[in-house]
Design a protein around this ligand. Structure first.
Ligand SMILES: Nc1ncnc2c1ncn2[C@@H]1O[C@H](COP(=O)(O)OP(=O)(O)OP(=O)(O)O)[C@@H](O)[C@H]1O
Length: 717
């Protein structure tokens, strides 16, 4: 509406509405009808609903294309404001003396003016264009869409919200009436004292104060409760969606920033939107009520008070633009500092052993300096803004007091009324400020919420899982001309046209120098990534055609540095398995040589492993990880240097168990010649390519790379 929408249709609708009112006034004056209040209100509602239908069609007729929605919204507000206002007025004590059957010209004009101002403000804050042209317009649209989305998420709590809004409105109404009674008390005290009037005024003032505190408390409590529920809901959805994402997503997004989105941003989003809506509604109810009461006291002073609004709005709008950019920068810098701190603290052993404390301190200091600079700029802008706003406020207050004095001298205003007015004006300025400020706050929230919603909307980049889950599986794996690059390093090929076979029920070893692509093969077998070209097959069928759950139950992987969750040893062994018995856990533990150390712990399998298994040695963690794989009785077992931290004795014991598994396909990556020698088939990888393959004897006889590099490849036993 502002600036871009033609004013003509609005003027035409207004003129037509004026005509309708004129007919009503003429009819009432000429017929001299008198109705009861209830009948009259029903009549007024019917009349305005009919007006709505007429004006709606008129608006459509005169403005077929642009600005339709805005115009329609304005027409609806214009028609319904008057009966709503009259209805509310009859419910309030001050309005109870009301008996005029038709709203006068002033009320109708005020209604039209308030509707227009409200619509301009609304369109200004939330423009309704399908496509925003400028960055600012796009941001405003985003804010609107976001608000609607948060409102949708809050929908299940509609009963709580309805109660909270009811109490909010009651609080605002009670607060609005307090200054009127303060003014009355002053007038009674400064004029001829009437005890009954004084008691009434004091009593009503107390009653309104009590009501505002009581309803305010109820409103706050209920809002908090629904806010907590909203937070819980959004966090649950976000975590659920994060869990669905592909592995490369977690390589590109650091855990620190993801958990920050999950915890602080969701909280900020819910809190800020809820608070904004809360303040917005309260300010709106109070502003309308106060405007009405202020007009009753003096229209000249009301006009002066209203001048403050556009000036403050202008200042606030400029400040919001700067503040929003700075807030976004601040948020990014804070996330960076948090990330840095958690990385350094998490890797404190590494930092200590490399004597890198100073370096880490400097990095953190750099991040803190950035935050400080942004905060300083924010502070300066805020101070200048505050100064300008104060100057406007004080200037207008002086003008108002001068006018107030003139009104009192001409006996058009009492001292008490001036006091009530000053109290209203102060409150009014705050409410106006809130109404304008909320827009800025909403935009600031967008920067936090947009990221939350981006994460909520993100669909995993892995192809959908298949539906295959055959009852029996042979266990034959094959790579057919597989070429693969990590998503975070697209330009480097980790695997180049790899073709290899892992025979069912046999043991195959992958060997090669560091960075040759062994672990990348394992990652593809786990379907953490998709090959860029070629296929990874299980029993001749592409891996992606199998159900995820099925694959996880048939293929178990043990890595060199297994992750243990905080909890007991038993919990870690049966992690992700449902219906696993204690006997099965212990049996797997026995086979994986967990027994060699578990009984030294007082609580046996109930011993807590500490955060990330920090209370266990590397070898012990590997034993538990092997037990975790064995308890699943997988058809295919993949060991990626899974015994590297174990002592020779433990390695031999575990290896004996693994070798003894009949019919199980085993793919092993190892740096011990003894392990590799025993494999039925050895695949030698170098620089992402298969260079040689065969049995140990065949490869030794060939005297190729395997033969030449074996001293470099294998550790001394
Ligand atoms: N997550 C990753 N993101 C990007 N590149 C990676 C990632 N993991 C490995 N690479 C790169 O892929 C290539 C193959 O690495 P891979 O880990 O498969 O080698 P490897 O043979 O298992 O080495 P090692 O014996 O040292 O474990 C290397 O160049 C490595 O830098």
């Amino acid at each position: 509406m502002p600036g871009t929408v033609a004013v003509r249709p609005y003027l035409l609708v207004l003129a037509f509405d004026g005509l309708l009112w004129l007919l009503v006034w003429l009819y009432v004056v000429s017929s001299g009808v008198t109705h009861s209040l209830g009948t009259w209100l029903t009549w007024l509602w019917c009349y305005r609903l009919v007006s709505l239908a007429i004006l709606h069609h008129l608006a459509r007729f005169i403005n077929a294309e642009s600005g339709q929605t805005v115009l329609m919204r304005w027409v609806a507000a214009l028609c319904l404001l008057c009966p709503t206002y009259e209805t509310v007025k009859t419910l309030l004590p001050v309005g109870s003396s009301y008996h005029c059957p038709v709203p006068d010209v002033g009320t109708v004009a005020l209604g039209a003016a308030s509707t227009s101002i409200a619509c301009v403000l609304w369109e200004y804050v939330f423009p309704d264009k399908a496509k925003g042209d400028t960055v600012k317009e796009k941001k405003q649209q985003e804010a609107r869409a976001l608000l609607m989305r948060v409102v949708r998420y809050a929908a299940p709590d509609y009963l709580y919200l309805a109660a909270a809004f009811l109490f909010l409105a009651l609080t605002a109404i009670c607060e609005t009436y307090i200054p009127i009674y303060i003014g009355k008390v002053i007038d009674i005290l400064s004029g001829t004292y009437e005890h009954t009037s004084f008691l009434w005024a004091i009593g009503l003032m107390g009653l309104y104060s009590l009501g505002s505190s009581l309803f305010g408390g109820l409103r706050g409590g209920i809002f908090m409760c629904s806010l907590c529920r909203l937070n819980k809901r959004v966090r649950h959805m976000l975590f659920q969606n994060l869990m669905r994402q592909e592995v490369s997503f977690f390589e590109e997004n650091k855990p620190g920033s993801l958990s920050s989105r999950l915890i602080s941003d969701t909280d900020k989003m819910g809190r800020s939107v809820a608070l904004n809506v809360n303040v917005l509604l309260r300010s709106l109810v109070k502003t309308v009520g106060m405007l009405w009461l202020m007009l009753g006291l003096s229209w000249e002073l009301t006009l002066l008070a209203c001048v403050e609004m556009p000036l403050t709005a202008l200042l606030q709008n400029n400040y919001n633009t700067v503040s929003q950019t700075l807030s976004q920068q601040l948020q990014d810098c804070q996330a960076e500092a948090r990330e840095l701190a958690s990385e350094s603290i998490g890797a404190v052993h590494m930092v200590r052993s490399f004597h890198a404390e100073r370096q880490e301190l400097e990095r953190y200091q750099g991040a803190l300096d950035k935050i400080f600079r942004i905060k300083r700029r924010k502070g300066i802008y805020s101070a200048v803004h505050l100064l300008l706003r104060r100057m406007v406020t004080v200037g207008l207050k002086v003008l108002m007091l001068l006018q107030g004095r003139a009104l009192i001298s001409s006996q058009r205003l009492s001292m008490g009324s001036l006091l009530s007015f000053v109290l209203y004006q102060k409150d009014m300025a705050t409410n106006m400020k809130h109404l304008v400020y909320i827009y800025g706050d909403m935009l600031t929230t967008v920067t936090a919420s947009v990221k939350v919603f981006q994460l909520l909307d993100r669909t995993p980049k892995m192809r959908e899982e298949g539906s295959l889950a055959p009852p029996t599986l042979e266990g034959k794996l094959a790579f057919n001309n597989v070429t693969f690059s990590y998503p975070s390093r697209q330009d480097v090929q980790a695997l180049k046209d790899v073709t290899l076979e892992v025979a069912a029920g046999r043991m195959t070893a992958l060997v090669g120098p560091n960075g040759s692509g062994k672990s990348s093969c394992v990652s593809l077998l786990q379907r953490f990534y998709e090959p860029r070209q070629g296929e990874v097959l299980l029993d001749g069928v592409p891996l992606r055609d199998y159900q995820h759950r099925y694959l996880r139950s048939k293929v178990a992987v043990v890595s060199q540095d297994p992750y243990l969750f905080s909890g007991s040893v038993g919990y870690n062994i049966q992690y992700g398995l449902q219906g696993c018995t204690e006997e099965q856990v212990k049996e797997a533990g026995r086979r994986a040589n967990v027994d060699s150390f578990i009984w030294d712990f007082r609580d046996g399998y109930d011993t807590d492993v500490g955060e990330c298994g920090g209370q266990l040695s590397g070898g012990q963690k590997q034993c538990i990880a092997i037990a975790r794989a064995l308890v699943r009785r997988p058809q295919i077992l993949i060991l990626d240097e899974a015994t590297s931290c174990m002592d020779v004795h433990t390695q031999d014991a575990v290896q004996a168990v693994l070798n003894g598994a009949k019919g199980q396909t085993v793919l092993v990556i190892a740096h011990r010649l003894q392990t590799v020698e025993k494999a039925d088939h050895i695949v030698f990888l170098d620089n992402g390519q298969v260079v040689e393959q065969g049995t140990h004897k065949e490869l030794m006889d060939r005297k190729g790379q395997y033969y030449r590099l074996r001293e470099k490849l294998f550790l001394e036993d």
